[in-house]
Design a protein around this ligand. Structure first.
Ligand SMILES: [Mg+2]
Length: 227
């Protein structure tokens, strides 16, 4: 009698577990194409690794003696950090992006890594090139951003962060500071940027098409953008 009681309890738990796993799988399958592509496809993963490999090869060829510091300017979200989980959460709630929910997400430090990012950043540092993270994450969220990167094993204390102070603090302004060695970069001085990496056109200065795959590296992001 006692034996059959425990069997019933066990079977109930097993059934519930299977049901939950099925529900989760079903929900992932129901995701729109953009999210499924980023979260599940080998095509997305392979593209990211391919772009990072190309960037790594190009900067490895740089062999110049420069008075200036060499830098690689890297965007964070959907370039180094994968926030597709945030997109899934918003979708399930039936809500769009909001600054409050985004700050909350950043503070939870749950971003994962875009494939290939870790190896690339390691290579940049091995070459003695400075990593400058230029992101529209708010400067107020610098601490959780660093902690998230540290947990993912992609943070060096030598990295520079140029996050957004306010809405007027555009990426153009921050890129100009890097090149001229002014403002937040004044203690270092002018830097020569050997590569820009990002997922939005706003991550790059005006450039010639021949710069693509040479000093400008664009990552796929079908989830959001100013299209
Ligand atoms: Mg981005």
């Amino acid at each position: 009698m006692k034996h059959s009681f425990f069997s019933v309890i066990f079977l109930s738990f097993a059934f519930t577990y299977v049901l939950l796993v099925d529900l989760f799988s079903l929900e992932e399958k129901k995701l729109p194409n953009d999210l499924r592509w980023v979260r599940q496809s080998m095509e997305y993963k392979s593209l990211c690794v391919q772009i990072y490999c190309q960037a790594s090869k190009k900067i490895s060829l740089i062999n110049e003696i420069s008075e200036e510091h060499l830098a690689v300017v890297v965007d964070l979200d959907e370039t180094v950090l994968d926030n597709s989980e945030y997109q899934v959460e918003r979708l399930k709630l039936g809500l769009n992006f909001s600054q409050d929910s985004w700050s909350n997400w950043v503070n939870r430090k749950r971003s994962t890594l875009v494939p290939g990012a870790k190896k690339f950043l390691k290579r940049v540092r091995e070459l003695g090139i400075k990593v400058v993270f230029l992101s529209n994450r708010m400067h107020a969220n610098l601490k959780p951003t660093k902690e998230n990167l540290r947990t993912l094993g992609v943070l060096s204390e030598k990295d520079l962060f140029l996050l957004r102070r306010d809405n007027s603090d555009t990426k153009e302004i921050r890129r100009a500071e890097i090149l001229s060695g002014t403002g937040r970069i004044s203690e270092i001085g002018p830097m020569k940027v050997v590569a820009y990496l990002g997922d939005q056109m706003g991550d790059f200065p005006a450039h010639h098409p021949k710069d693509l795959g040479t000093s400008v590296f664009i990552f796929p992001n079908p989830m959001y953008g100013k299209w």
